[in-house]
Design a protein around this ligand. Structure first.
Ligand SMILES: N=c1c2ncn([C@@H]3O[C@H](COP(=O)(O)OP(=O)(O)OP(=O)(O)O)[C@@H](O)[C@H]3O)c2ncn1[C@@H]1O[C@H](COP(=O)(O)O)[C@@H](O)[C@H]1O
Length: 106
């Protein structure tokens, strides 16, 4: 498995968003505004749902990659970092007590 992380992609998106490169999909999406970017995120979510229901694992993986990319673009535009989201996910594990059990190997 690759070491490429969501934080790596987040950093690429931050760089490309302000690149001014007309060939950059990231710059195009960010330049089109939050309504358009969020609409695109919704489309990718629907395509992922359809793939999960009606397509094979490879198609589902590909749509999930599109979904995560477009989610990170929207998070960038809303100034929410991947770290912020992970902090919230970690906080939720604390609520359920799973973290404590996992650290005990239970
Ligand atoms: N991970 C992605 C990524 N995933 C999807 N996309 C683009 O998202 C766009 C829209 O995807 P769609 O699924 O809607 O595809 P479509 O061509 O419109 O066709 P349909 O499938 O909808 O029929 C396409 O142009 C894809 O190339 C991405 N564009 C960029 N990245 C990453 O961002 C980096 C910078 O890219 P640029 O900003 O383009 O330089 C790249 O090196 C990648 O790491």
């Amino acid at each position: 498995m690759t070491n490429f992380s969501l934080q790596d992609l987040e950093a690429i998106i931050a760089t490309r968003a302000t690149s001014g490169d007309a060939s950059s999909w990231t710059a195009t999406l960010v330049g089109s505004g939050i309504n358009k970017a969020a609409e695109k995120l919704g489309e990718e979510a629907v395509e992922t749902v359809i793939a999960a229901i009606a397509e094979d694992s490879t198609k589902t993986r590909d749509e999930a990659a599109d979904l995560l990319f477009h989610l990170l673009v929207v998070l960038h535009m809303k100034e929410v970092s991947v770290g912020d989201v992970m902090d919230e996910l970690e906080r939720r594990t604390g609520q359920s007590g799973i973290t404590e059990k996992a650290s005990r190997g239970g």
